[in-house]
Ligand binder design. Sequence first.
Ligand code: ACM
Length: 531
Amino acid sequence: MTIASSRRAIGAAVWVISLTACGTGSAPPKLANPPVVSTPITVQHAVIPAPSSIVMATGQSFLIDSSTTITVDAPGAQRVEAQHVADQLAALLWAPAERARRAALAAPSGTMQLTLDPAHVELAEEGYRLDVTSTGVRILAATPAGLFYATQSLRQLLPVSVEYPAAAQRVLRVNATTIRDLPRYEWRGAMLDVARHFLPLRDVEHFVDLMALYKLNRLHLHLADDQGWRIEIVSRPNLTAVGGSTQVGGGAGGYYSQREYRELVAYAAARFVTIIPEIDMPGHTNAALASYAALNCDNTARPLYTGTNVGFSSFCVESDSTYALVSDVVRELKALSPGGYFHMGGDEVKTLTPTQYRGFVDRVQGIATANNMRLIGWADIAPARLSPTTIVQHWSKDSLALHVARGGKVIASPGSKTYLDMKYDNATTLGLSWAGRIEVKDVYDWDPTLVTGATPESLLGVEAPLWSETVTKIADAEFLAFPRLAAIAEVGWSERNARAWETFRFRLAAHGPRLQALGVNFYRSPQIPWP
Ligand code: ACM
């Protein structure tokens, strides 16, 4: 592929930033074993995830000043979406009055030009070219997503001050740079467990913003578990009225109305993030079992549950009432989910026989198909009679190989590499440790095919789940997710030979001030030479 060969060709032409480790920032962690960070290392850029190829020219730059304007060139069908990407770039650069002034100035050809041309099939669904020269910025993509990802790379080439609300007359310098970029995997995800502890809509939107900065494109929402049901199902009001009324530890819980959920789906779509709804079943269902007596084989509603045990609950898999409820839920989620995915969970079922369990999964797959939804489940579901179009998500020692053998697609979420709720080290107070203590290097330095045993053809990509037994608020979620999620983003986007821990840690260090500017409560890992 030409992009890979251009990486090798750039050799000595790169503009080299020398980053020298010099301390751990404004909130240094207490270190039991401070790492050795005294060796200066050179990195070529601080873009995360690492692009397929990037060349920075020496001594040349472009100034974004009071005369800079943005123009968009796109075919009719995609013009609105392309313009929306340009508007988001303008909102990053300028205050509202400045944006209006520059829109009025807009020349046929601005000094920043976004071109969407579907004929550039080599850029595929998400690739882009970004050229910054001393006279302007040129972006080319075949899709609106590609344009958006180019603007995220440009954002990371700009000074951190761009992350603060724009001053009226701000001048920003960006070094002359050429990027050619394509993602390795189509599925680059994170998961929030809003069931164990509920997160308000604005917090989830904030998380989407941070995902977009790192070109992540799937947000899986774990919307129901033993402790809470978090999405309004109009035909089944008790699910939220009863099942949504509490959470781990006995707090007030909460849920998203369908109006709010639609708002979130649109907010995420504008940032090229697809929301994946999960309703875990047949286990992890106590909140539903408390809401409707008929879901229990003894026709008795269960009490609400606010502890953190797993494996004790199950729908009555012999009862028609169960499948009537699942049909209502899937039908209503279909209407809310332009992405077309339905995640059925399916993990950790300890009270059913294997035959009962497989029969249940078969029936839910039928319901998803009847509603034109593509089914996803944790890899526990693989022994059922799955269609090859169903997607299986690996998380533990599980049956992934069965699904690979039938030609199915898989997502890599190995607990020991991607579980963001695992503690960083012995000193971390938040989080769990059953899959290990996972520092930034552990999350970064692995290969999804090698760790999961999936074939390259079967692997859709990677996803990092953040379970919330100990996570009560967004600041907690930020602490566990960042900076590990930036590392996962690079595992998902960058080719294996384009990434190396020794350069990543220095690029990541340069993101400390940016995350700080964005108000993110990130973990100051001692493995990273923060400035
Ligand atoms: C899981 O962690 N139980 C999927």
